[in-house]
Ligand binder design. Structure first.
Ligand SMILES: [Ca+2]
Length: 158
């Protein structure tokens, strides 16, 4: 049972799988509409929702729709995946083309930079069950920790 749940989880996390799943749903809705099992209005409504979802999926980045529903904040609901497939959410997601990127110069003190880094590190652990703490250090999303020892912006005053 847990095996099935786990593989379902993995499948859902794969971008292309999700897109194909939604395309499949669209086909099913169309067939149901064509067979007059569901009403035109319902088919159109559902189709629009699915198209929007496919649109979001094919963007440069993903949105966590559950979190978007709760927070209403696109920035906070942004999801990105590292090359290894680790999930990153919200302000701790990989910055897009410099937008929201952070450097040590954005912080006044090392403590300030460290607290942002720690916030992201704990979020990453929450979002990726079973992820090793050492692995989190090596991710270093913003590149604040060049030597990957978990201490960021050593050059800043304490
Ligand atoms: Ca360091």
């Amino acid at each position: 049972m847990t095996d099935i749940k786990q593989s379902l989880q993995t499948a859902r996390n794969t971008k292309s799988t999700r897109i194909w799943f939604m395309v499949g749903l669209m086909v099913i809705i169309f067939i149901l509409w064509w067979m007059k099992i569901i009403k035109t209005g319902f088919a159109i409504g559902f189709g629009i929702i699915l198209l929007a979802a496919i649109g979001i999926e094919t963007f440069n980045y993903d949105l966590d729709l559950g979190k978007l529903w709760k927070t209403g904040n696109i920035q906070e609901s942004r999801v990105s995946h590292t090359k290894d497939g680790y999930k990153l959410v919200g302000s701790c997601a990989i910055p897009i083309k410099g937008e929201g990127d952070l450097n040590c110069s954005h912080f006044k003190t090392q403590t300030e930079a460290q607290s942002k880094y720690s916030q992201c590190a704990s979020e990453i652990i929450t979002n990726n069950i079973g992820l090793d703490v050492r692995k989190v250090k090596s991710l270093d999303i913003y590149g604040l920790d060049r030597d990957k020892d978990g201490v960021v912006c050593e050059s800043l005053p304490k």
